[in-house]
Design a protein around this ligand. Structure first.
Ligand SMILES: [Ca+2]
Ligand SMILES: [Ca+2]
Length: 129
């Protein structure tokens, strides 16, 4: 009887170790998984300065990939974007309001300034060009 207790504790310790390993490997797989291609990078200030927000999704190839739509900007990014780096093969439509409404601006290449769209962008759609 005195022997069964340590055995039970050892088994419990093993189960804990396995659980911890499982959690760690799941997190590792997540961070090590291949990333979606970069489609565009949005910047807080003009000329690609300040905080940057990358947008990833299906690559901009014309073989049936779904357009990437950002119906509303992530927290802190509404009406903030001042320059955009658009990856080759992508067309980026930026919109004044959420859900691709309001005035729109089509960007086919990098834009160091956004003119009338400065600090106004509230949604996006990205298509192969
Ligand atoms: Ca800005
Ligand atoms: Ca807006």
């Amino acid at each position: 009887m005195p022997r069964s207790r340590p055995a039970t504790l050892a088994a419990a310790g093993l189960a804990l170790a396995l659980a911890a390993t499982g959690t760690a490997s799941a997190a590792g797989a997540g961070s090590g998984a291949p990333r979606m291609p970069l489609l565009a990078t949005l910047y807080e200030h003009d000329h690609y300065r300040g905080e940057a927000m990358p947008i990833r999704g299906f690559s901009c190839t014309p073989d049936g990939d779904t357009p990437v739509e950002v119906d509303r900007m992530p927290d802190g990014w509404n009406d903030r974007v001042s320059s955009i780096d658009v990856e080759v093969r992508c067309d980026l439509f930026s919109y004044e309001h959420e859900n691709q409404t309001g005035r729109s601006l089509r960007l086919r290449w990098d834009m160091p300034t956004l003119g009338g769209f400065n600090d106004r962008i509230s949604s996006l759609r990205i298509l192969p060009n």
